[in-house]
Design a binder for this molecule. Structure first.
Ligand SMILES: [Zn+2]
Length: 73
């Protein structure tokens, strides 16, 4: 079982390195939540962290992997 864990970790490291370059060109949108008005703030990579509703600059990163919640049910 130790070999399984090692293989998974090794693959994840390689994938993340390749994805970093891919995401840059794809301009993937990340959803944040405003710390002031709780508004959902979609931001593309490289855009300034700022709420478009109230202008607040403190945003919290939302959970993107809903698969975890789905499995928890
Ligand atoms: Zn706001």
């Amino acid at each position: 079982m130790s070999s399984q864990a090692y293989t998974g970790g090794y693959q994840a490291t390689q994938t993340s390195t390749q994805d970093a370059a891919a995401i840059d060109s794809t301009a993937r949108t990340v959803h944040y939540k405003c710390g002031d008005c709780d508004q959902d703030v979609p931001l593309k990579r490289g855009e300034p962290i700022r709420c478009r509703n109230c202008g607040h600059r403190v945003l919290y990163k939302q959970r993107t992997n809903r698969m975890v919640q789905f499995e928890a049910r």
